[in-house]
Design a protein around this ligand. Structure first.
Ligand code: ADP
Ligand code: MG
Length: 751
């Protein structure tokens, strides 16, 4: 009844924003309404201030005091017109979420004057408050950086990301200032700083490469574009509130699949349940207002699983918008009596949730470098960028694997639903044929697709010996959902990201490994160019051919979920990294440190070490929390329910025997319950002991922490599975009325 009480509560109806005449606003009119955008700045700032703001923003300089004061003033007036009472620096500490501390605009003038006069309350917001604030940083994960260097942390506005307002209490609002979070000595304590650095790194590497292959083009700036698709589950909040495992760990630690789940394949692109569609629509209104360019929404493969995708943007903005998407969905779902689950694998046996990183590079002229063109001469750039990505994956696959590693993602990777723990790339038949023909120096084989057959130069099928390239048709790219890194027509899609993970670190690693590959290609080109004024097409082909051969081992077109790929990858000598501690260990390898710290400067040495510690620590904590959650559920809920049920069976048997009735069914059930209960009891004890053993250790040095992460994996991971095994068997054998928590059927099939 308690469950139904919440379940049937009337849902709030939020009015879609309308004009005075009652007509719906167009989404383009809602878009950016709550953003202090360049357009708003142009309107509200004096012209010279706006011009100097733009100049400083483009040059990534810190704003001068005059400009900062003027921008702060305009932002406060704009925000207060929209009900703002507070402002907050909004940043991304290394705990996977965002952080904020609200500061009131209210300021008392004259409080410190010894005049005895009453202080005057005013609303104020200065340039220095806009630019920088000093939150108490000691409670964020730092992996030792702060203790080693300096205790204070600062948040500083990242002018590449606009300020925006979000709803506060009582119809008021709060001004958000997207910020980086660094220590006094300039050490990055957050995710955004690393991402911004990686953008600089890839910009510089790409410019050097392009200066060689297209000297006539004179690019000024190359940005990394990013479209982040987000998957998630939605469950009824009442059901959710009765599952401590979901509440504490984000996933169900026990539970059997209902007889019908996703096997009918009727969910993917099916109709979105109206209750969820209402919620999503409500979310979309809020998301559009803060400038999230939402594009698609659909049912995913699992029951109660959905996906949203925005249009792509510059990567740091795309990350802001992804984090906001998760926060807003969470908030809006609450209003609808629903709960959104971002965990990578909330339900065993059901499809897990990922976050797909669609990655490309774009010049200041707006051309996408991964867009193959029908003009062959432009495809040198396309092929070289493509091969730089393959080389990045080939040379630094384990780093990419480390960038997506966490406990939750371990349940998903390789579980026949997400790409396995092997980093490979899918290009599609057409591109493969292009690369093969260049490698083997033979003419292109014609394709069965009519457009492709018509690629001709001077009446014959192109012969690559003439050092020209074929036209490549984007629409001919086929799809392979089982590949972790897939070329999808005009971008690469990295699919191994977990749904909950903040994507900053992953994107930073992709940018940096591709930049490292580009710089090495730059060296190749320089060597071959010598004193010549420019590279010839034949020179370019020579390097292209070398890269094709070098990166061949990571190209894989087959089924990435099958055992045969694991066998094949082993033969090819590709790293197969199953656990997170194993993945993290690559962040601590000499060659990788050399690239990330010394050569490209993504991290300072202490930053990388601190990240290594934070990631391992987080892994240990997550496992300990899961272990403790499960043992408490077993001890306090499942076993007591089973004891009660056993007593009921035992009592029934003696009553039945007393009257001479047949008790064989009860006896058989009791025997089965008995054996499951004693096995469960033992498994639960063993898990409890392991968790306690891990919990009492207090490692300090990085290598000790790493070892403990391996130990935690070894001692806890499988024991959780074992406890689950007996519990799930018990669930199937006990009376439904005696089971102390909602089951998968209620969680997954009640929307
Ligand atoms: P699909 O996954 O079927 O390719 P879409 O073409 O709609 O679906 O793209 C998925 C995501 O890729 C969207 O978020 C989209 O904005 C993004 N995307 C498209 N082009 C680019 C690009 N050049 N750079 C980065 N992301 C892109
Ligand atoms: Mg996609």
């Amino acid at each position: 009844e308690a469950i139904l009480g919440t379940f049937i509560k009337p849902r709030p109806v939020i009015d879609y924003p309308k004009r005075l005449d009652g007509k719906h606003l167009h989404t383009s009119e809602i878009y950016n309404e709550n953003v202090f955008s360049l357009k708003v700045m142009a309107k509200t700032l004096p012209k010279p201030v706006f011009a100097s703001f733009l100049k400083q923003k483009r040059g990534r300089q810190k704003l001068d005091k005059y400009t900062a004061d003027a921008v702060a003033h305009a932002a406060r007036v704009w925000a207060m017109d929209r009900g703002a009472t507070h402002f907050t620096h909004w940043f991304q500490p290394q705990n996977g979420t965002t952080a904020e501390k609200h500061d009131a605009f209210l300021t008392l003038l004259g409080v410190s004057l010894p005049t005895g006069e009453e202080a005057v309350p005013i609303d104020a917001f200065s340039g220095s408050q806009l630019l920088q604030s000093e939150p108490d940083a000691s409670s964020f994960p730092s992996g030792g950086v702060r203790t080693t260097f300096e205790a204070r942390g600062y948040t500083i506005w990242d002018t590449s990301s606009p300020m925006f307002i979000q709803d506060g209490p009582h119809g008021t609002s709060i001004l958000y200032i997207p910020s980086v979070f660094i220590s006094y000595d300039g050490f990055a304590l957050d995710e955004r700083t690393i991402l911004l650095r990686s953008n600089e790194i890839i910009n510089s590497a790409a410019l050097q490469l392009l200066a060689l292959i297209e000297p006539e083009s004179h690019y000024n700036n190359i940005t990394n574009t990013m479209g982040l698709e987000q998957e998630f589950f939605v469950v009824d909040r009442a059901m959710y509130s009765l599952r401590p495992d979901l509440k504490i760990t984000g996933r169900t630690l026990i539970g059997n699949l209902p007889p019908r789940h996703q096997q009918l394949e009727d969910h993917y692109f099916g109709r979105i349940p109206s209750r969820v569609l209402q919620m999503i629509s409500d979310f979309e209104i809020e998301a559009l207002k803060v400038g999230i360019p939402l594009k698609t929404r659909h049912n995913e493969v699992g029951p109660a699983q959905f996906e949203l995708a925005p249009s792509f943007e510059e990567s740091s903005i795309a990350v802001d918008h992804n984090l906001l998407t998760m926060e807003l969905l969470h908030k809006v779902a609450h209003r609808h009596g629903l709960r959104v689950l971002f965990h990578e694998k909330p339900f065993k046996g059901v499809n897990g949730s990922g976050k797909h990183c669609n990655w490309s590079l774009c010049s200041d002229r707006g051309d996408n470098f991964l867009d193959p063109t029908s003009r062959p001469e432009n495809n040198y750039r396309f092929l070289i960028v493509l091969l730089a990505i393959l080389k990045g994956i080939n040379d630094y696959g384990p780093l990419l694997r480390a960038s997506i590693a966490c406990l939750a993602n371990e349940h998903r990777l390789g579980a026949h639903e997400a790409p396995p723990a092997i980093l490979s790339a899918f290009l599609g038949a057409q591109l493969n044929e292009v690369l093969d023909s260049i490698e083997l120096d033979r003419p292109l084989r014609s394709f069965s697709v009519p457009q492709f057959q018509s690629i001709q130069v001077g009446g014959t099928i192109l012969d690559l010996k003439v050092a020209t390239l074929p036209a490549i048709h984007r629409d001919l790219t086929d799809r392979n959902r089982t590949s972790p890194f897939a070329f999808t027509g005009n971008k690469f899609e990295f699919r191994a990201l977990g749904s909950k993970l903040s994507p900053s670190f992953t994107i930073a690693i992709i940018n940096t490994v591709v930049a490292a590959a580009m710089l090495s290609i730059v060296e190749d080109f320089k060597a071959i160019k010598g004193d010549k004024p420019k590279l010839s097409d034949a020179d370019k082909l020579t390097v292209i051919r070398k890269l094709i051969v070098e990166t061949k081992r990571i190209r894989f077109e087959g089924d990435g979920y099958g055992q045969s790929w694991i066998d094949e990858a082993t033969k090819r000598g590709l790293p197969i990294i199953k656990t997170s501690p194993e993945a993290f260990s690559h962040l601590n390898k000499e060659a990788n440190i050399d690239m990330l710290v010394n050569k490209l400067g993504l991290f300072q040495k202490a930053e990388l070490e601190s990240r290594f510690i934070i990631l391992n620590e987080r892994y240990i904590k997550d496992l300990v929390i899961e272990g403790n959650t499960l043992t408490s559920i077993i001890t306090q809920r499942i076993l007591p329910a089973a004891f009660k049920y056993r007593k009921f069976l035992a009592d029934s048997i003696s009553t039945l025997k007393g009257i001479g009735a047949d008790s064989s069914a009860e006896t058989a059930t009791l025997q089965k319950t008995d054996s499951l209960v004693s096995n469960l009891y033992k498994a639960n004890q063993a898990l409890d002991e392991s968790v306690k053993y891990i919990e009492v250790q207090s490692p300090h040095a990085a290598l000790e922490i790493e070892k403990l992460a391996y130990d935690a994996n070894k001692h806890i991971f499988d024991k959780i599975e074992k406890v689950r095994y007996y519990t799930d068997a018990l669930e199937l054998c006990m009376a439904d009325s005696e089971w102390p928590m909602p089951k998968y059927t209620e969680l997954l099939l009640t929307l």
